[in-house]
Design a protein around this ligand. Structure first.
Ligand code: NAD
Ligand code: ZN
Length: 339
């Protein structure tokens, strides 16, 4: 197995790129493992969970809540899970976020690892150690930063991934290109989603390139004092839209990236808004949208990126170069109202 190790402040994460879930038994003692997945992943890949102790959760963001956490904890107790137990989250970002969070609080913290099964989780959610849950409309407002001990990629899961989930994953990939990688932006612009869906080698390369972008950013700034903030491009407005309008994460941040590009144009003279919009549309993502500015701003001002009366907004100087700009809340309210 090809292993790469990334060191963080208190632990290191072993990443196994392009491997099979069948290799897990070389990594961990399966007898000590409890798998957490959701109904969709379980239904489509049941045979891969054979002989594993598995907790199957209802699928979707609506279940990324404390009551799901409580039910997982009850099931862990029923399995007599102890401090040597390893939790393995097999699923999209909802499952990886929940698994990492439960593992961090059960018995004050047990080991965990991920097998991400959506494009979004492969390139983003499984990486970086942010694990948490939503409370009402407030996304990820409760959680911890704690790194998984391993992440294993198995491309076989992508065979059953619905079209809309491919689009969600591409939203984060386009985000990485916008803030960090102009060459990748150019590559994305020259292809369609179909290209990556039908070419195993190309999607694999793209996933690894993106996983490494995120890993490097997180490694340099694990606790989000500086560069890691850039990963929130499109997310400030995106999160405020996401639960209020029942958008998927990718759709919400795509709209968020569109308006962040517009704000970049207003405040920094960014000249490539049209390019950003074009690529988002090319990958089936929404861009300009009508929304209730007042309601959205009310949620947005609770954003975790708020520091006193400023919101650290992520803007683009140019494609491939994101920056953090603190914007006073009162100014931002005007900007959003006039969008
Ligand atoms: N922790 C982080 O740093 C971070 C980063 C980005 C996103 N997130 C979180 O990730 C979540 C979004 O992740 P997501 O888009 O993966 O959502 P998800 O976990 O809800 O998965 C999307 C859908 O795809 C289904 N699915 C998953 N894998 C499948 C497969 N291989 N075949 C068929 N169906 C499959 C799921 O059942 C679900 O219905 C959000 O809650 C977001 O906050 C976290
Ligand atoms: Zn995101």
């Amino acid at each position: 197995m090809v292993k790469q190790t990334f060191k963080f402040s208190t632990t290191s994460t072993d990443i196994f790129l392009a491997n099979g879930i069948s290799h897990l038994k070389e990594l961990i003692d399966i007898k000590k493992a409890i798998f957490i997945t959701d109904e969709n992943v379980f239904a489509a890949h049941q045979k891969r969970f054979k002989n594993f102790r598995t907790i199957v959760l209802k699928a979707g963001e609506a279940f990324k809540t404390q009551s799901t956490v409580n039910s997982v904890i009850e099931q862990l107790i029923a399995y007599e899970a102890d401090r040597k137990t390893i939790l393995v989250g097999v699923g999209g970002g909802v499952i990886t976020d929940l698994t990492g969070y439960v593992a961090s609080i059960y018995m004050r913290g047990i080991q965990f690892g991920f097998v991400p099964t959506t494009l979004l989780a492969l390139v983003d959610a499984s990486i970086g150690g942010k694990n948490g849950i939503d409370v009402g409309v407030y996304k990820n407002i409760v959680g911890v930063t704690r790194q998984p001990s391993f992440i294993l990629h198995d491309m076989i899961f992508l065979n059953t991934l619905p079209e809309a989930e491919w689009q969600n994953g591409f939203a984060e990939i386009i985000k990485h290109a916008c803030i960090k990688d102009a060459a990748m932006f150019k590559e994305l612009k020259s292809h369609q989603m179909k290209f990556y869906q039908s070419k195993k080698k190309e999607i694999c390369t793209l996933i690894q390139r993106n996983a490494k972008i995120k890993l490097k950013v997180v490694q340099a700034d694990e606790f989000e004092q500086a560069d890691r903030k850039l990963l929130n491009f499109g997310h400030t407005l995106g999160h405020a839209l996401e639960n209020q309008y029942e958008l998927s994460h990718g759709q919400a941040i795509s709209i968020g990236m569109t308006y962040a590009s517009e704000i970049s144009q207003q405040l920094l003279g960014f000249k490539q808004t049209e390019d950003v919009v074009k690529v988002l549309e090319q990958y089936g993502l929404p861009t300009y949208a009508a929304f209730n500015k007042e309601k959205v701003f009310a949620v947005l001002k609770m954003d975790k990126k708020r520091a006193n009366q400023d919101i650290n907004y992520i803007l683009l100087e140019k494609i491939g170069k994101g920056i953090v700009l603190p914007i006073p809340l009162s100014d931002l309210e005007k900007i959003i109202t006039n969008l």
